[in-house]
Write a protein of this length. Structure first.
Length: 236
């Protein structure tokens, strides 16, 4: 798979981004071809129409709609990565480099690769987060029979989690509410969002040790702060 350099226009941090690959109906792994000479687009408001791109499978030539590649910078800025339009020639693939370097994994047994679930609705976002928490090692991950007034979408043994599938970055108040609910339940808290987090929300989460993840439409959560890095590294 190809990687492209991405510079955040807000904090000027450099990243090496690799497009996520997922299976075509023919079975071949397929990833959107990225443009390495086009700047990323800052996402301040999501629209479903802009979140899908046409991709041609290199194996069977099938064209289909796939989630638009995105990257959440550690500064909290959500970036849309430009994709080469179908029909334009692709350059030879370059070296692969990770978009995010996690802490060394210290879990006793390595986990298998996470298999994401494509997100098309808010319900899908919660389901994808539940799959990810189960993959991290949490037991009995389930939705509460009645959604908590403060927005708790998932519970597990020793865990409460919130999933924000809206088109705006998560505000400070939402992060504080989840943290307080986790304290009240004597549990860990984890936040998932599609549109990233406001700067003060990120700062508060860092200060209280609340893991933050951002999800793109492939359903693959990515850690965006140190507590989330540690959670991915060690597991539940």
């Amino acid at each position: 798979m190809e990687s492209v350099p991405v510079r955040c226009p807000v904090c000027c941090r450099d990243h090496a981004y690799v497009a996520p690959a997922y299976p075509c109906p023919c079975g071949a792994p397929t990833a959107p071809p990225l443009l390495d000479d086009a700047p990323p687009i800052r996402v301040t408001r999501r629209t479903w129409d802009e979140d899908w791109v046409t991709v041609r499978c290199a194996s069977c030539e099938r064209e289909d709609q796939w989630p638009q590649p995105e990257l959440c910078c550690p500064c909290g800025t959500l970036l849309r990565i430009p994709v080469r339009p179908v029909g334009e020639p692709e350059p030879p693939p370059g070296p692969v480099a990770p978009a995010h370097i996690p802490l060394p994994r210290t879990a006793a047994h390595p986990r298998p690769s996470f298999r994401p679930r494509t997100i098309r609705t808010g319900h899908d976002a919660v389901s994808a987060a539940a799959l990810y928490l189960t993959w991290l090692g949490y037991r009995e991950v389930a939705r509460p029979p009645i959604r908590h007034a403060a927005g708790i979408d998932l519970r597990a043994t020793g865990l409460v989690a919130q999933v924000d599938a809206s088109t705006r970055p998560v505000p400070l108040r939402a992060v504080e509410c989840l943290w307080l609910n986790a304290l009240g339940a004597s549990a860990a808290g984890v936040f998932f969002a599609l549109a990233g987090y406001e700067a003060d929300a990120r700062a508060r989460a860092d200060g209280v040790g609340l893991p933050l993840f951002v999800m793109d439409l492939t359903g693959a959560p990515q850690p965006v702060n140190s507590p989330a890095d540690e959670l991915v590294s060690t597991g539940a």
